[in-house]
Write a protein that binds this ligand. Structure first.
Ligand SMILES: [Zn+2]
Length: 262
């Protein structure tokens, strides 16, 4: 699942390509939007809000999409081959004179009034990649359920927006916090939030994600995806287990020595 930094970069690429230009093609391929037509409207801009994408167009409309596990936006020059998947996975094509923007497999795709965007993203907590990130509010929301496991609380986009499974596991490792620690027993919640924010910031400008500072495959994460391999800090084998109740259970990774449990 793309995390906040990935969605931020998708928004930036779409914004760089489309903002300021008029839509010359509008082809929504989902029943609910079969009659939607945005041709002739300028794209005002594309922004990420947590893991949500908001494309604002002239006339007070917003194309809201979410990538979830498998969705993607691709940009191609007109007349070049599209590479994001078979045609039946295309959910929308929005073109300008210079670019085709193709949305593949988007599980969430809707057109909202821009003034009503809060219906889609109003529940989100403070966005870690927002320059005006409200740290106090994020801490207040996290702290409002002190008995909740921190590994789950960090993933809950209502607390703070942008963290997915990678940054959850890596942030907890770097701060030496066991994923099952109740939020109320985390010694320094602020340090966790600050660390997550720095990781996302450091990764938002490029496609690869590294939390170690080393972009090479196999060296780019501390514990994420490394079950059974030696901890980079202490050599203990990295543990993994499912956390949370279905359907919200996710795998987490941790070092039992660096992140000792209760
Ligand atoms: Zn360790």
């Amino acid at each position: 699942m793309p995390e906040g930094d990935t969605v931020w970069l998708v928004a930036k690429h779409l914004d760089d390509a489309l903002a300021g230009d008029v839509l010359t093609r509008s082809d929504f391929r989902i029943p609910a939007l079969a009659n939607a037509d945005l041709v002739g409207r300028s794209v005002l801009g594309v922004a990420a809000r947590g893991k949500h994408l908001l494309m604002r167009v002239e006339g007070g409309l917003t194309v809201h999409s979410h990538l979830r596990m498998d969705g993607a936006w691709h940009l191609h020059r007109p007349g070049t081959r599209w590479t994001g998947g078979p045609d039946h996975q295309v959910r929308v094509v929005l073109s300008t004179a210079a670019w085709d923007a193709i949305g593949y497999r988007l599980p969430v795709l809707e057109i909202l009034e821009t003034a009503q965007e809060d219906q889609a993203v109003g529940h989100l907590g403070p966005d870690l990649l927002d320059p005006a990130f409200d740290r106090d509010e994020a801490l207040r929301r996290l702290g409002s359920a002190p008995e909740r496991e921190i590994g789950q609380a960090l993933l809950d986009q209502r607390n703070l927006a942008g963290i997915g499974n990678i940054y959850k596991a890596e942030t907890l490792f770097l701060c030496r916090v066991w994923p099952w620690t109740p939020v109320g027993e985390v010694a320094d919640l602020g340090a966790l939030v600050d660390r997550a924010r720095r990781l996302l910031e450091a990764n938002k400008g490029h496609a690869s994600q590294s939390t170690t500072g080393d972009p090479r495959p196999g060296r780019d994460h501390w514990v994420y995806g490394r079950a059974g391999r030696p901890c980079r800090r202490c050599g203990t084998r990295v543990s993994s287990a499912s956390q949370g109740e279905p359907p919200y259970d996710r795998v987490t990774w941790w070092c039992a020595r660096c992140q000792p449990g209760a």
